[in-house]
Design a protein around this ligand. Structure first.
Ligand code: GLU
Length: 457
């Protein structure tokens, strides 16, 4: 069977680095096993789901390097869920309930006071046909609960019922179905909560591995029961720890600064985001990984910690720098062209400047410096002006290469007795207008002899 995973965001906002962790765990798992990746939009909440968010999620995943094999929308599959609802009703596993939230809360309080687990007591199963007809006559609509298989024939006498699975991230897991309430699958207004559509789709789309955040561990117990109620073998499950900020705060769709979109706009490289999103909270150290293949090779789901993965967004800048510094020209080329950096000089230029950049777009001012001229320099001392006169009078003859800088400055040392900073800083300032930057040995051949002479102050 082909390994099949899915990433199932609700398009109700922008995805953030924590969602990227889930998407990448799935993507890398599929990559490692030659599997398929489904992008499933959980958009059964039609009021809150927006096409613009779905579109942006696709853009963000593409930016991260994730290429779904299939994309599906739950909003186009309501008939399939309705058919599953009918099957469950016919099997007596989905029952109507009329409690209001206040009523449920009151009963919960009573159970707690009696030291009983605060789960739903299945009171709706005791309603007579007349009582139900009475509710209907009042125009009240029921919500529908799934009868968990945690009893031996008498639903009012639930018994400890363990569900086990071997989690591909957390190892062996156990959930007791008697410790939870029968989940509501369908609301009063006929809309679906997430539980049923997710299971139906996982069955129909042949999902073999459900990999998601560990906030879903308890759900999984109920969902495994639901798979079986629908006569399907449950898939394998994996639950990864969630990302939190250093102060332990969870990420939400409102964590704007950490949305994939804003990171991309800030010039953070996709592989910096992917490296952090995947490696944090695992036994691997977080370091810049340059390709998705390399990341897949380092990805070991079972090496993920069970506690929350605290991360510091400042790490993204460090990782980004490492990625830009080592980025081959072939990876940078198209983006450089978009900035107008092209032609014969583009490659040696990139190799000369990349080690000085925090972000790729910082190449832009350097290109201006190389092709147009230095940035303006504040006043120079008389001594430096005299030194520069001598320097420009003694430019080595062409051809110029990586050794030209050494030849030139060796000669200037002899001629002027200057060395160290006193020697190179006036030259750097004259050539670039900046006090720091790429190796001048690399810049000189790019400027050429004429281009260098033109910078004579
Ligand atoms: N839409 C659900 C969520 O974002 C999907 C959970 C799952 O992967 O099953 O939490």
């Amino acid at each position: 069977m082909t390994i099949t995973v899915r990433f199932a965001p609700s398009p109700t906002g922008h995805i953030h680095i924590g969602n990227a962790r889930t998407a990448l765990f799935n993507w890398l798992f599929a990559q490692k096993h030659g599997g398929r990746f489904i992008l499933r939009f959980d958009d059964t909440d039609v009021a809150r789901s927006k096409q613009e968010y779905a579109d942006r999620i696709q853009v963000d995943l593409h930016w991260l390097g994730i290429r779904p094999d299939v994309t599906v929308h739950q909003s186009a599959r309501f008939d399939t869920y309705a058919a599953a609802v009918e099957r469950l009703k016919a099997a007596g596993l989905l029952y109507p309930c009329w409690e209001t939230p206040e009523e449920l809360e009151r009963r919960r309080g009573l159970r707690l006071a009696r030291k009983l687990p605060p789960v739903y007591g299945r009171e709706a199963l005791k309603l007579s046909d007349e009582q139900k007809a009475g509710f209907e006559a009042e125009g009240r609509k029921p919500h529908w609960r799934f009868l968990l298989p945690n009893h031996a024939g008498d639903p009012f006498a639930p018994q400890r019922t363990e569900v086990h699975w071997d989690d591909v991230v957390r190892g062996p897991q156990t959930v007791d179905l008697a410790s939870m309430s029968d989940p509501v699958l369908v609301r009063e207004d006929g809309t679906y909560l997430y539980t049923l559509p997710s299971v139906v789709d996982d069955i129909e789309l042949g999902v073999t591995h459900v990999i998601r955040g560990d906030d879903h561990v308890t759900n999984t117990g109920a969902q495994i029961a639901l798979f079986r109620a629908l006569a399907a073998e449950p898939p394998a499950f994996g639950h990864h720890n969630l990302l939190t900020t250093v102060s332990g705060e969870g990420l939400s769709k409102r964590t704007g600064a950490l949305s994939i979109r804003s990171l991309a706009e800030r010039g953070i490289e996709p592989m910096a985001v992917a490296s952090l999103a995947v490696l944090i909270g695992t036994s691997e150290s977080v370091s810049a990984v340059h390709t998705m293949d390399e990341l897949a090779a380092r990805f070991e789901p079972l090496a993920t910690s069970k506690s929350a993965a605290k991360f510091d967004p400042a790490e993204l800048d460090t990782l980004n720098r490492s990625i830009v510094h080592a980025m081959p020209f072939s990876d940078a080329r198209d983006r450089l062209v978009d900035m107008g950096i092209e032609g014969d000089k583009a490659e040696p230029f990139w190799l000369a400047v990349r080690g000085n950049l925090d972000r790729l777009d910082e190449a832009r001012p350097w290109w201006r410096i190389v092709t147009e001229g230095p940035e303006p320099v504040a006043e120079r001392s008389m001594e430096d002006t005299a030194f520069l006169d001598a320097a420009f009078d003694n430019l080595p003859p062409e051809p110029w290469d990586g050794m030209t800088w050494k030849v030139w400055t060796d000669r200037l040392k002899q001629l002027t007795g200057r060395k160290g900073k006193a020697l190179f800083m006036p030259l750097r300032l004259a050539l670039t207008g900046r006090e720091a930057g790429p190796e001048l040995a690399d810049l000189l051949p790019l400027l050429g002899r004429a281009g260098t002479l033109a910078r004579r102050p």
